[in-house]
Design a protein around this ligand. Structure first.
Ligand code: COA
Length: 260
């Protein structure tokens, strides 16, 4: 599928989606949001895609935020729609049903951090910087940042990042639980793809059960959350992959999960 603002590439069962506006540090304008919606919908619908890696083009930025030039001209009604469009994208990614890794190759600011937080794992180059600097523009986060950062890193860190607006380095983001791993910039791609390939080899229905139990169940009360877990656990018993995984363990061999 051709896009104006994205590049997509399949490496085996891993789909790489790259936001491709490096001259604007990959800022998210409405076209980019719309294309990301379409790219993730396509990834969700293709069984051959078993994991997704999301990154930004160029050496400097993952995504440096929502497009400030575009926001400058929005009316309040358009701003509401822009926020809803962005939030819907983040929810689509979070609920994709397949694992998505954000590969943070540089600045992940504002909408860029919000995009990264909608992904299931975040790997950061040691040179990456993350933050919610909207306050410096007289704004607040609008693509879910106040809510996802709160859930990832707690109230103290969320208020610090959003109220003060200062970006933090990758190591501090790791301490706060905002990113999963920090690696030397030169090793970021290899490390990310090694993890993505591991996820692409795992049993898809079991991955989905975990995502649903944690992401959907985690937003409900404990009883509903436990119910999500039981449903996912039971559903796994309907798959050939579950027989393969348990059988391979007992036969002392490596399992081959096919998604059936
Ligand atoms: N929206 C629109 N354009 C952006 C952008 C954004 N969020 N972030 C960067 N750009 C553009 C710049 O305007 C510049 O365009 P130009 O060359 O046409 O002038 C280009 O990307 C390069 O950015 P520049 O600021 O020159 O790079 P830098 O290395 O000096 O600074 C940052 C990098 C990330 C510190 C700086 O670009 C920045 O603060 N960006 C905005 C971050 C932000 O507030 N994000 C939240 C938005 S809600």
């Amino acid at each position: 599928m051709p896009f104006n603002t994205l590049l997509t590439e399949d490496r085996g069962a891993v789909r790489l989606i790259t936001v491709n506006r490096p001259d604007k540090l990959n800022a998210l304008n409405r076209e980019t949001l719309t294309e990301l919606h379409a790219a993730f919908a396509a990834a969700a619908g293709e069984a051959s895609v078993r994991a997704v890696v999301l990154t930004g083009a160029g050496p400097k930025a993952f995504v440096a935020g929502a497009d400030i030039a575009e926001m400058n001209g929005l009316t309040p009604v358009q701003a509401r729609d822009f926020s809803r469009h962005g939030q819907a994208l983040m929810t689509r990614i979070e609920r994709l049903g397949k694992p998505v890794i954000a590969m943070l190759n540089g600045f992940a600011l504002g909408g860029g951090l919000e995009l990264a937080m909608a992904c299931h794992l975040r790997l950061a180059a040691d040179s990456a910087k993350v933050g919610q600097p909207e306050i410096n523009l007289g704004l607040i986060p609008g693509f879910g940042g106040t809510q996802r950062l709160l859930r990832l890193a707690g109230r103290a860190a969320t208020l610090e990042l959003c109220l003060l607006g200062a970006p933090i380095g990758a190591e501090r983001a790791l301490q706060l639980g905002i990113v999963n791993r920090v690696v030397p910039a030169a090793e970021l791609e290899a490390t990310t793809f090694a993890l993505a390939e591991q996820l692409a080899r795992a049993a898809p229905q079991a991955l989905r059960g975990i995502l649903d139990a944690v992401l959907l169940g985690g937003e409900a009360g404990i009883d509903t959350g436990l119910d999500y877990e039981t449903q996912g656990f039971a559903l796994a018993f309907s798959t050939e992959d579950m027989k393969e995984g348990t059988g391979a363990f007992l036969a002392k061999r490596t399992p081959n999960f096919t998604g059936r």
